[in-house]
Design a binder for this molecule. Sequence first.
Ligand SMILES: Nc1nc2c(ncn2[C@@H]2O[C@H](COP(=O)(O)OP(=O)(O)O)[C@@H](O)[C@H]2O)c(=O)[nH]1
Ligand SMILES: [Mg+2]
Length: 230
Amino acid sequence: MQFNTKDKELALKVVYYGPALSGKTTNIQKLHELLDPEARGRLMTLDTKGDRTLFFDLLPVHFSTRSGFRIKLKLFTVPGQVIHETTRRIVLAGTDAICFIADSQRSQRSANNEAFKGMRRNLKANALDPKRIPVVIQFNKRDLPDAQSEAELAHYEGKGPEPIFRAVATRGEGVVETLRGCLNLLWDVLDAELDFRRKLGITKDEFMENIFGSLRNQAAGFEGKEARQR
Ligand SMILES: Nc1nc2c(ncn2[C@@H]2O[C@H](COP(=O)(O)OP(=O)(O)O)[C@@H](O)[C@H]2O)c(=O)[nH]1
Ligand SMILES: [Mg+2]
C-alpha cells in the first residue's frame, strides 16, 4: 500500500492467487468488461507460455473520492504453474489483500491445497503476516460436472476464517461478489489499523460505491446513468 495523506493518494494492491488454470485471469478479464471504462485502465496480460522472466496480469482501477483522494486499486494475478514459484513470491510483495481462486473440480483438490500452502509460505517470505492479510476464497468453475458438491464446500466454510464465494468466472458469475468481499475485509483491516475512514474522509459504503457503483448503473441502463450525474 502507498498512502500519501499530503498528496491525497492511495494505492492498494490485490492479488489473485491460486493453482494453474483455476480462472484467475478470467476473473480480472470479466472485471475489465464489467467495470466502468472511466474507472478502469488497460488490462495487461502477459502470456506464461512465452519466453519471459516475469509473468502476471494487471488491471488498474482508479477513481477520486468526494473528499478529494485519488485511489488506485491494482489487481494482479500470479501464474499458477509450479515452476513459477519465484514470480508468485515477487508478485505477492506488498500485497494488501488476496482473492484465492480455487478450482472446484475434485481432481484439483490437492492443487488447491498446495497453492494455498504456497501462498502462506510466500506471504511469510515477503515478511507479510498471513493472519493480517485479508483473504477470500472463490470456488470457481461451479458449472463443471466434477465440481465439489455444496456439502463439500460447506466443509471448507467451517475450516478457516476466509469467506467463501462460488463462481462461474467465464459467465461473470460471482466475480464482482468475490472482489467486493475482499475489499470489504480490506477496508475493515485498514480502518482498524490506520483510522481509514477519518483519514480518507469517506465511509466504507462510499468506497464501495466508487468502485462498484457503475455496475448497478449499467444494469439500470440510461436512467441509472442520469441519476448518478444528478
Ligand atoms: N467451465 C469453466 N471454465 C472456466 C471457468 N473459469 C475459467 N475457465 C477456463 O479455465 C481455463 C483457465 O482459465 P484462466 O483464467 O486462464 O486460468 P488462470 O491460469 O488461473 O489464469 C480457461 O480455458 C478458461 O476459459 C469457469 O467458471 N467454468
Ligand atoms: Mg492466468
